[in-house]
Design a protein around this ligand. Structure first.
Ligand SMILES: [Zn+2]
Ligand SMILES: [Zn+2]
Length: 123
């Protein structure tokens, strides 16, 4: 759990590096995440390094920006804009050398602050 973990989009233009594998993964049930089909791994702001150019889709009253690779379209991560949640999330499906099927999955109804408070920090 303490070794850095890396991931990338399908074409490799966007690369992600996190300090450790996620202790759990979130399947968000909101309309956006359901249609994107992503599984989120949460990290504190600043803990994840993202390299490469992304395209941003603004949702949740434009508070959250969901980033995608401009070339292959993979959803890479989300970050807040303006409102500080103290965390961001990367798409756990993009992680390499990480068996996400072995990581506990949490299903939440949607990305409301109340749900975040309940789910963070990981217990
Ligand atoms: Zn790509
Ligand atoms: Zn969502």
């Amino acid at each position: 759990m303490t070794n850095p973990i890396k991931g990338s989009c399908h074409c490799g233009a966007v690369r992600l590096e996190a300090p450790h594998a996620p202790p759990w993964i979130v399947q968000c049930g909101c309309g956006t995440c359901s249609k994107l089909g992503v599984l989120w791994a949460y990290y504190p702001d600043g803990a994840v390094t993202v390299t490469g150019t992304t395209k941003v889709y603004l949702c949740n009253d434009r508070v959250i920006g969901i980033h995608h690779c401009r070339a292959c379209g993979c959803t890479t991560h989300w970050q807040t804009r303006g409102k500080d949640f103290g965390r961001m999330a990367l798409n756990a499906r993009l992680l390499d050398d990480c068996n996400i099927a072995a990581i506990p999955l949490r299903a939440i109804a949607g990305p409301t602050p109340a749900v975040f408070d309940d789910a963070w920090p990981p217990s």
